[in-house]
Structure formats: structure tokens, C-alpha cells
Design a protein around this ligand. Sequence first.
Ligand code: C6P
Length: 408
Amino acid sequence: MFNTTQIRQDFPILHQQINGKPFVYLDSTASSQKPLCVIEAMNDFYRQYNANVHRGIYQISEKASAAYENARKKVGRFINARSWRELIFTRNATESINLVAYSWGQTNLKAGDVIITTEMEHHANLVPWQQLAARTGAVVKYIPVNEQGQLDLAMFDQWLTPSVKLVAVTHMSNVLGVIPPVEEIIKKAHSVGALVLLDGAQSVPHMPVDVQALNCDFLAFSSHKMLGPTGLGVLWARQDILTAMPPFMTGGDMIKQVTLKGCTWNDLPWKFEAGTPAIAEAIGLGVAVDYLSKLGMANVRQHEIEMTGYALERLSQVEGLHIYGPFDPLIRGGAISFTLGDIHPHDVAAVLDGEGIAVRAGHHCAMPIHDKFGLPATTRASFYVYNLPEEIDRLVIGLDKARELLAI
Ligand code: C6P
């Protein structure tokens, strides 16, 4: 049973006043809040068994190593990976994608090859491909997207030839909220021999994600958007692909044997984890995954569908408000970007902040899609497991206030 009121009790940060009003946090797309169990697990690590991993032959180091590796196994089960060896801990989704761009991309791409992505990507799933293309002579093509978040798949079909080596697409847009038809995209990409990277930064926290059912090749996501700490990301990839890839960063822990003449690489996944990893953070993410699994990801998604449906209905009633992205909550997540007449999104966010409501205003690290719609910025409200419909009512009241104060 999904009980938001009860869930809220686990999040200490929500129980405070901001500007003299009860705090409403509507920016989980940027970063989620953390339940007490995650905060305490990290605290326990530092208080009781803080030590480096994979090195010490003493009790607390062995305990730290086991907890770190156990967290990896939990994350692997969470996305239904075939093996824990397919899970690489990075700093964030951005680093996960860069790892693929440098290690896999640099080895496998040559001049004239094609990378296909979309116009609505976060810069993390766009700039690394532009840079890879600049280094290799490959070409990046962008599937057009309309205001409702629909991809021009006819264009995608036209571009599909054996020159396409990679299709890198978001699994849930952080601007339009849309969940693109990735199953269809993956099948088509595979039919010409291309690999598929899914940017799961927004999907993994908000819906069940099963890498075997999806049949994707790479999946990148961040701990901090799924109730876990900052400073930790995940790259999942098929084991045969990872085995063939050279290391991204080199140094300690990622080697098997080093001589002054050269070295051999460690086994997966450590081949890709040079240096001391984010141990407390991995342990925290493991507990976050336990928390989400206990809620049940199907229930998390259902809550989001209900909140998004209610928000779309209520926001549509605000005079002068224009929503970007689809209106069907079944094909989108809970990131809703909008403009309010001619009021600058930063001003909207500032008025809402005065009401104790946190939203994001700006380009949300997705400038090309804003450019396409002729917008310098949008205001974005987003929801997670701890948000209540009453908070959407507060948002609507705040937006009416912004409209009155800033007169459109
Ligand atoms: N989007 C937002 O406010 P990092 O920063 O590496 O943890 O995540 C990058 C990233 C990649 N893809 C998508 C779809 C994302 O939404 C994000 C992060 C935040 O929209 C912070 S810019």
C-alpha cells in the first residue's frame, strides 16, 4: 500500500518552513531528497567501519568491501542485470556516458560513422557525442522532437544504415517528461547493428527498468535522483561489450599486475573503477534501492502517473500557462515544464520560493530543445514518492500569485 503521508515521515528535510511557509519540494528531477535510512547508513559507515575497500586485511576494511560490493549487487538486481559484473560505479550519469564515449566510442568509431540522438537530450547525452564526433570524424544526427515530445521516427528510419554505430536516447526527458518508445528504437537500431545507450537518469528513479527486457546495450543513471547520495553514478552495460572495452581511467585498483614495462587490467567491474571509489555513497545507494524496492517500482510509477495527471489538469486551469510535453500521464513522467505568459521563468520561481515552493527555472541543461521552441528558459515542477496532491494545489495558488504580481 503506497502511503505518501507515511513516506513523508522518512524525509526529515520536508518538515520545515521556508519563508514562513510549509516547505514544498517540487524539484526532484534535479535531485531527490533522502530518507533517514540512507542518511543513517552513510553515518554508520563513517562512525563504525570507515576504511578503504579491496585493500585492507583487517576487519573493518573487509566489512566496508563487502558492503560496497553488496550495494553493487542490489543495484544490479534493481535493474535486472544478468550479473553484478555489469555494474560500474562512476561519479554520476554524466561520467557514465563519458565513459562510454571515451572507451567504447574512441575504439569503435571512425570517420563517416553515425551517432543518432534526439533534440531533447540533456547536455550529458549530447555534448559527449559531439566531442566524440569531433575526435573521430563521426557524424551526430538528431531525431526531431515536437512540443508534445513526439519523435520523428520516420526520419530515424530514413537514417538507419549500417553506418549507424550508436543510438543514444533519453529514457525519460527531464524537460518534456516524455518516455520515448525506446523498445521500438532499440529493435530498429539493432537491425542495422547499432548499439543503444539509454540515458536512464530520469527513468530508473521513477519506473521499473529491466535491462534484459529492454535489450539495450548501455544504461546510465545517477544515485542522487533516486533517493541516494550525490557523487555516485552507475553505468550498466552488457558484459561482452565491457570486456572488449579498454579502461577509461587508469591507476590503482583497476589493474591486475603492474611492472615498469606495462600492466594487465583487473576483472570486471573493477577494470573501470580506478582509485578509491565513493564507498559511503555506494552503501547509501544500496539502502535507497532497498527503500524503493520495498515501495515497489510499479507503485512508484503509479503514484507518479496520478500526481502528473492531477498536475496537468490543475495547471491547465492557470490563465496564461503553457505546458510543454505530452498531456497523457501514461507516456510521461512527472517533470512538467511550462511558461506563464511573458513572465520570465526565474521570476516565477522567485515568487514560488517566497511561498516556500522549490521549482527549477532555466534551460534544465537542455538548451537545444529550448532553442527549438524559441525559449530561453522554462519553469519546471517535478514530483516524487513524497509529494502530495495538496502540494500541486499550493503550486497553483503560487502561480496565480505570480500572475497577479507580475501582471501579464
Ligand atoms: N538533470 C535536471 O535538473 P548528473 O548531473 O550526471 O547526475 O545527471 C545528468 C542528467 C542526464 N540525463 C538526464 C535526463 C538528466 O535529467 C540529468 C540531470 C538534472 O534536469 C540536473 S541538470
